[in-house]
Ligand binder design. Structure first.
Ligand code: ATP
Ligand code: MG
Length: 157
């Protein structure tokens, strides 16, 4: 489907903003006000954004800020989600996109999850011909960035 990414991204953030009031998580948006058309699988892109945003919230402290940006490049667009959460130690960064991988089992068990969110996100982004990567600093925060071509529809997998 051809969709407006600006609108889609805003609507996903709106949904999390509504339920994050209690945790005092603040959202900062750097998203164009004009439409950004993209031909992608809408439901799958929502799933990717859900996984990334739910992580950002889950691993953020009370009062943390989450910054989301949408940048239009020549052939693709990029979305990045930056949080001020616990971060990921450098030695664990290469594994976070692996299925069932979770950093620090003790900490993660308390927060819940199966370790599939980022693996699924990576699979969907790759199927669209895009890429996704992470940069993070322990105790400082985490940034997930993904790029997607404007026209990426491959049909369902
Ligand atoms: P699920 O997404 O299946 O509910 P999960 O969140 O543990 O479980 P992933 O989303 O795949 O699994 O993330 C893998 C691991 O990477 C997490 O367990 C966590 O240790 C680390 N991680 C992911 N995102 C962040 C983040 N924003 N800040 C800190 N650690 C993160
Ligand atoms: Mg997750």
């Amino acid at each position: 489907d051809t969709i407006d990414m600006t609108k889609l991204l805003n609507s996903v953030i709106d949904r999390y903003e509504l339920v994050s009031d209690n945790d005092k998580i603040y959202f900062h948006r750097d998203i164009p006000s004009h439409t950004t058309f993209a031909t992608v699988d809408r439901d799958k892109v929502i799933q990717v954004l859900d996984n990334i945003l739910s992580n950002a919230i889950k691993y953020s402290p009370e009062g943390g800020e989450i910054s989301i940006s949408l940048k239009e490049n020549e052939k693709d667009f990029s979305i990045s989600v930056n949080d001020e959460g616990v971060g990921i130690p450098a030695e664990n960064l290469p594994q976070v996109f692996d299925r069932f991988y979770r950093v620090d089992k003790a900490r993660s068990r308390k927060l819940g999850g199966t370790g599939l969110g980022l693996a699924i996100a990576k699979q969907i982004v790759s199927a669209h011909g895009g890429s996704i990567w992470v940069s993070s600093e322990w105790n400082i925060g985490t940034r997930i960035t993904l790029t997607l071509p404007y026209s990426a529809e491959k049909g369902g997998e």
